[in-house]
Design a protein around this ligand. Structure first.
Ligand SMILES: Cc1cc2nc3c(=O)[nH]c(=O)nc-3n(C[C@H](O)[C@H](O)[C@H](O)COP(=O)(O)OP(=O)(O)OC[C@H]3O[C@@H](n4cnc5c(N)ncnc54)[C@H](O)[C@@H]3O)c2cc1C
Length: 447
């Protein structure tokens, strides 16, 4: 089965050119179920050329630290192993200027075509633009992350889930299909051995946020987590997902963020194996909400700034800029979980210690930042800083969209006005008490 051409953006064509085909793996760090890798193999087969996979590791990658590097490197070791089983060489280039190291690689190995995976974030889009400027190669971008390709499902920033949902649903029968197998390469080519120990040492400068040990990394672990979720939690997902004390979520977000599992594989397995109940609510989050976040970051260049909020929210923000705030906290107090609110402090502690905050509390947590800082700009900066620094799934379109929803009304509607928040949806501690066992959650995540 050929890769659907609607998944592919031809950034630069160069027909007839012979030479190695390279998949430049970035967002989708897996060998199984990877449309970008499958497309690269298809291209290599047509050209009758070799295929290699290259990953560029940036030691000072924006907002990444030991927690993220540790999870990623452990996953990449599995990528190397799984590629070797298919006779596909894996190169890891480590450089602060990743695209210039990659350009050197292209020249050294006489590369004819590059396949990049799709990522809506601006620095990743900038990397793709740099590759476009390299002479005498073809360059393709393949959406291996979304089930329905982001650039294809919509050509504009969507207002909300209600506008994207019907577009996705219409196209799902075309795109939610089984993956073909990656076949072993026959053309032999050797990669340099990767010095994993040396790489770890070179990354030791990264800020000291402890790695987590309650989640294993890699493609194999991702599949186990999915299987366990289907077997034990899925049927209660709908009723438990707003209960942070109940651990009813899948914990798939770190794997999805690092591309260690395809959302499409998750959806296929859920549909195939799901017990009654839970399926619909879960697929709404996994497909519609997740793909909406990519749409937001791809088409809204101000996805991490207040300028990216909807017009009604921006106007409202000005109206309430000088409202009196009852509490004001510094970044340090917030980071240390030293507010007057024990629920917020416990949520912050879940984030810093476990590297993943419960989804329901993420909304409460971000909204309180709006309430307890001097301006929406400051609230947004603190939210992004803390989320990206501590969350294993941080630095992700879901994070920028989730924060913009909480603080700036993105993908939401206007609510009844109130001080500081204006028409942004409000969440209160008493509301949390009415929804779930707040005390139990605090006990679980207190010092
Ligand atoms: C302020 C705030 C910050 C957030 N930051 C991040 C982040 O940095 N990274 C991240 O992946 N998600 C983020 N989210 C979205 C959501 O909270 C997480 O995806 C979810 O909690 C991850 O845990 P899970 O995989 O166990 O979720 P489950 O409930 O098991 O959901 C399964 C998958 O569905 C998707 N999903 C679920 N909820 C959402 C949502 N609201 N928006 C988009 N996709 C969703 C995710 O891919 C998730 O892995 C944020 C939400 C808010 C409100």
């Amino acid at each position: 089965m050929e890769v659907d051409v609607r998944r592919v953006i031809v950034r630069k064509d160069y027909p007839g050119r012979k030479g190695l085909v390279v998949y430049r793996m970035s967002r989708d760090q897996r060998v199984d179920d990877n449309w970008a890798l499958l497309f690269a193999q298809q291209l290599a087969d047509v050209k009758n050329e070799g295929l290699a996979v290259v990953f560029t590791l940036v030691p000072h990658y924006p907002n990444a630290n030991r927690r993220h590097f540790d999870f990623m490197i452990r996953g990449l070791k599995q990528v190397e192993k799984h590629l070797a089983a298919k006779n596909i060489p894996f190169f890891l280039l480590m450089d602060e200027q990743p695209m210039s190291a990659f350009a050197d690689f292209i020249r050294e190995y006489d590369v004819s075509a590059v396949v990049s995976d799709f990522d809506p974030l601006r620095h990743k889009q900038a990397w793709n633009k740099m590759i476009d400027t390299i002479d005498a190669i073809a360059h393709y971008e393949v959406d291996a992350h979304n089930i329905v390709p982001c650039h294809f499902v919509s050509r504009k920033v969507e207002f909300g889930a209600y506008t994207l949902r019907p577009k996705i649903k219409r196209l799902l029968p075309d795109f939610l299909t089984e993956f073909p197998e990656l076949h072993p390469q026959t053309v032999q080519m050797k990669a340099h051995p990767i010095d994993w120990v040396g790489i770890k040492t070179m990354l030791s400068h990264s800020e000291n946020v402890e790695p987590v040990n309650w989640l294993q990394s890699g493609e194999e672990a991702a599949k186990t987590v999915l299987d366990q979720f289907i077997a034990t939690k899925l049927s209660h997902y709908d009723e438990q997902r707003n209960h942070p004390e109940a651990d009813g979520q899948s914990h798939l977000s770190p794997y999805l963020h690092f591309g260690q599992i395809a959302a499409q594989r998750v959806a296929l397995e859920i549909i195939r194996n799901a017990p009654p109940g839970g399926q619909e609510a879960f697929l709404e989050e996994l497909i519609v909400r997740r793909e909406l976040a990519d749409n937001f970051c791809y088409y809204n260049p101000l996805y991490d700034q207040t300028g990216g909020f909807p017009e009604w929210a921006k106007k409202d923000m000005e109206l309430h800029r000088n409202d009196v705030r009852l509490y004001l906290y510094t970044r340090e107090e917030l980071e240390n979980g030293e507010t007057h609110d024990p629920l917020w402090n416990a949520a912050q502690r879940e984030l810093t210690v476990r590297g993943k905050m419960h989804g329901y509390l993420r909304m409460y947590w971000a909204k309180k930042l709006l309430e307890w800082t001097a301006s929406p700009e400051e609230a947004l900066q603190h939210a992004i800083y803390l989320n990206d620094k501590y969350s294993l799934d941080g630095r992700d379109p879901n994070g920028y969209a989730g924060i913009a929803w909480s603080i700036g009304g993105v993908h939401d509607r206007a609510w009844f006005p109130r001080p500081v928040f204006g028409k942004i949806r409000y969440m209160s501690l008493s509301g949390c008490f009415a929804k779930f066992d707040v005390d139990q959650y605090i006990r679980e995540h207190s010092k």
